[in-house]
Design a protein around this ligand. Structure first.
Ligand code: GLN
Length: 489
């Protein structure tokens, strides 16, 4: 992924990427193209290479940035009207780390406004089109980033995953997409959606690229209290575990050595056979037959390589979606309260007093889905309903955490579909919020439990749509997860 030899230049790579971005304009991938900024950086890198100076691991590599990462290059809008015109004074830690290694942002990518959605249709700037079929959705919320990588415009793109927003669009477009362990990568400078489930991750074309990006981006950040010590690159253990809830610390990390004397795959090498869990409940009529077929094929492949298949019962996962759509709106309602027309971006013209300013700015500036979540969130947190909804959801979350813990005492990784169906048609679900929420039924439980999940491309449907599967591991098993995904290629 780097400029390995002198046969190319950063400037050429950036020019090519910008050209492709323009060629695919109809896909509506970018909210901003960083032409001047990117070319300037590319020339600087080329000059340094010429002088024989040391350059970073990503020197000259063009990438796309989901438009909810703050940086002073272009407006950071989160694809929401209410942030239009907002130029960030700060740079997200993840962006700073990538750019310190020489990566060059060529554009900001479209998303569902504030990352609320599963199709990128909730964007103020209109939907991004699927890379395989322009009549279908890109998936979401990181739809623009997934399509930018799938169409080979950039080498990699950033994403955020609160309930599936990296994994599902990766699956809809046939690329790799990783939601790391909660706390692995700093969220400082990323527009917050739901702070207890938000994760930063990447879209790539290969597992090796994913590994490289993870090695660069992960690690503790004093600006984000939820970040873990850098377990990705070292054997660091957390010293703060007693201060934080277990799902945040990863206290129960990878499996202990197995009682058969072989080392668990998540800790050690992958030389011995690995136990792969398959969730029984996910093999039913409501899952598209092409996806079930893809899963079957991969299971056969794993068996043929000598790996062991374990059938899992995980009944608590059925509460995942309900718990998610209580906990997440509650956190969304808090996180969106800062957008008031005073501090960021858009301000309504219609207001002659302060209350009206708040009201009109929020009324005009948020998308319908943002408002729906603010209302649900405030409802479930209100004094009369807190016990009945939020508290119950928090208990269901604990059950889900325990269920994963139990599952990972029986297997090393779990292989599941990412979503019940491949990319659906534009307009098919956007006016039916519950149908849209059901898209997330297989992805949200990972975020509730804080465990990592990697979407791997797994062939295509009869109609040529991409099919992805999701490899899930215990907290902090990210590196082993990426490594093991090569067995499924
Ligand atoms: N589709 C899910 C939602 O709408 C997940 C979004 C995300 O991960 N940002 O909440």
């Amino acid at each position: 992924m780097k400029i390995a030899d002198k046969s190319t230049s950063a400037e050429k790579l950036v020019r090519d990427a910008l050209e492709k971005a323009k060629k695919y304009a109809e896909y509506n991938i970018f909210t901003f193209l960083n032409e001047e900024g990117a070319l300037k950086k590319a020339r600087e890198i080329d000059a340094r290479i010429k002088k024989g100076e040391k350059v970073g691991k990503l020197a000259g590599v063009p990438y796309a940035l989901k438009d909810n990462f703050l940086s002073p290059e272009g407006e950071t809008t989160a694809s929401a009207h209410i942030l239009e015109g907002f130029v960030s004074p700060i740079t997200a830690t993840a962006v700073a780390k990538l750019e310190a290694e020489g990566a060059i942002m060529i554009g900001r990518t479209n998303l569902d406004a504030f990352a609320h959605g599963s199709s990128t249709e909730n964007s103020y700037f209109g939907p991004t089109l699927n890379s395989r079929d322009k009549k279908r959705v890109a998936g979401g919320s990181s739809g623009g980033s997934a399509v930018a990588v799938a169409l080979d415009i950039v080498e990699f793109a950033t994403g955020t995953d609160t309930g599936g927003s990296i994994r599902q669009p990766a699956s809809f477009n046939g690329v790799y997409g990783l939601k790391p362990t909660y706390g692995c990568i700093s969220r400082y400078g990323v527009v917050a959606m739901a702070s207890s489930t938000d994760c930063i991750g990447f879209f790539t074309k290969t597992p090796d690229d994913m590994d490289l990006l993870m090695s660069i981006a992960s690690g503790q950040d004093p600006k984000d209290m939820t970040t873990l010590p850098d377990y990705y690159n070292t054997d660091a253990d957390t010293e703060l575990s007693d201060l934080r809830p277990s799902w945040a610390t990863g206290a129960d990390r990878a499996p202990e050595p197995r009682n058969d004397g072989r080392e668990g795959a998540c800790r050690g090498s992958l030389n011995s056979s690995v136990r792969i869990g398959i969730i029984k409940d996910f093999d039913n009529e409501s899952v598209d037959s092409d996806i079930r077929e893809a899963l079957k094929k991969k299971v056969e492949l794993l068996k043929s390589k000598g790996h062991e298949i374990v059938e899992l019962e995980m009944p608590a996962l059925k509460y995942g979606l309900a718990a998610y759509y209580i906990i997440v709106p509650a956190e969304v309602a808090s996180n969106l309260s800062r957008y008031d027309g005073v501090r960021y971006g858009f301000r309504s013209e219609k207001s002659d007093d302060l209350d009206a300013l708040y009201y009109n700015t929020r009324f005009e500036g948020f998308m319908p889905e943002n408002k729906r979540r603010i209302m649900i969130g405030n409802f479930v947190l209100s004094s009369g309903f807190y016990d009945a909804y939020f508290l119950k959801a928090a208990k269901a979350r604990t059950m889900i955490i325990n269920e994963y813990e139990k599952a990972f005492s029986e297997c090393d990784f779990i292989l599941t579909p990412v979503s019940p169906n491949p990319a659906f048609k534009l307009g098919e679900k956007v006016n039916d919020p519950v149908a849209m929420y059901l898209e997330d039924v297989m992805s949200v439980s990972l975020n509730l439990a804080g465990v990592p999940g990697l979407t791997i491309p797994a062939g295509e449907t009869k109609d040529g749509l991409a099919v992805g599967l999701q490899l899930v591991g215990p907290r902090r098993s990210d590196k082993a997860l990426i490594e093991f995904s090569k067995e499924l290629a």
